[in-house]
Design a protein around this ligand. Structure first.
Ligand code: AVI
Length: 322
């Protein structure tokens, strides 16, 4: 009789690292980039000259803040629920506009990082003590589940900025949108920023900046595994390798082992062998066009009602309804 020993993992991180590094080809999810150091590196990325996404969306929101506020406003007030709020840099433009127009709103930023939320809440209340802010820590799915379980008749405006959904494959994005859709009533809006297909060279530079911050961000996952799972990865022996396929609009980032090596993760009782030039796929950053966005929306039971684009059509913020 064949016996198998059940593997016991302490958390999802352990389980996914085990599954990803024992799979062929090897993979790790980019959601694990974001520990304290990863959060800081991502903030630095958003300020890089090559990482055009943040500047473009900032420009769009600043240019159209008046129209956006008009679309969001509701006589009985509304809840602005931001998924993956981060440092809220772009959202602050909207909050200022809402205050200027004396709109009745509650700001509900949600993030996986408690750290970022505390900083964001402190910064907002320091600048605008009159803002009603309720931070929530958790993954998108946990929070959406809570929203679904506590229906309210107050208008909800759900914000997903920064092309965050681009880190999901199309099927995952459709699932995510379906989940959001299930929490939306007729009056509710989804405001979502999506990076557009463009010159492949420009996209590649955004994921391979000259200062090496994105490389450090990608390799941070190996440092995190070393720290949390007692691993002995030498990140210097891996090459940061982003690619862009203009046909599918998919940017993929890899870590490529520059030599044959064995890595041990003591906490998982695991030894992993790498062939020379074997890869670990770590992230996708999907780029979109209107046809793909409309298809995703349709699959999820949503429709695009308005969209705002920057002067060079590099980035688009879409408003969806049920
Ligand atoms: C958070 N996310 C949308 C970023 C992106 O563009 O995929 C994360 C990132 N990865 C490398 N640079 C930035």
């Amino acid at each position: 009789m064949k016996t198998t020993t059940a593997l016991h993992f302490k958390n999802t991180f352990e389980k996914e690292v085990y599954e990803g590094l024992t799979a062929f080809p090897k993979r790790l999810s980019s959601k694990w980039f974001y520990d304290k150091k990863g959060d800081k590196l991502f903030q630095q990325i958003m300020d890089l000259p090559e990482y055009y996404l943040t500047g473009c969306e900032f420009q769009i929101i600043d240019q159209y803040k008046n129209e956006i506020a008009t679309l969001f406003q509701e006589s009985k007030g509304f809840d602005l629920i931001e998924l993956g709020a981060g440092d809220g840099k772009k959202t602050k433009i909207l909050l200022e506009e809402f205050l200027k127009q004396q709109l009745d709103f509650t700001y509900k930023p949600i993030d996986i990082s408690q750290n970022m939320l505390e900083e964001l809440e402190g910064a907002i209340l320091k600048k605008w003590p009159e803002i009603n802010i309720k931070v929530k820590q958790g993954t998108y799915f946990e929070i959406l589940e809570k929203l679904n379980n506590q229906p309210s008749d107050r208008k909800k405006v759900i914000l997903v900025l920064g092309s965050n959904i681009g880190n999901l494959t199309h099927p995952q994005a459709i699932d995510f949108l379906k989940n959001i859709r299930n929490s939306m009533a007729e009056q509710d809006l989804l405001f979502m920023g999506l990076d557009q297909k463009k010159d492949p060279e420009k996209i590649l530079k955004a994921y391979n900046d000259s200062q090496g911050v994105t490389e450090a961000f990608n390799k941070n996952i190996l440092h995190r595994i070393n720290k949390e799972l007692a691993g002995d990865f030498d990140p210097e022996t891996f090459k940061h390798w982003p690619t862009y396929d203009p046909e599918t609009g998919t940017t993929k980032s890899f870590l490529v082992s520059t030599k044959s090596q064995q890595v041990t993760l003591k906490n998982l009782n695991l030894q992993i062998n790498f062939e020379p030039w074997e890869s670990i796929h770590t992230e996708i950053s999907q780029k979109y066009d209107d046809d793909v966005v409309n298809w995703l929306a349709q699959e999820a039971g949503l429709k695009v009602v308005t969209q705002f684009t920057d002067a060079q059509s590099q980035f688009t913020d879409y408003i969806f309804k049920t």
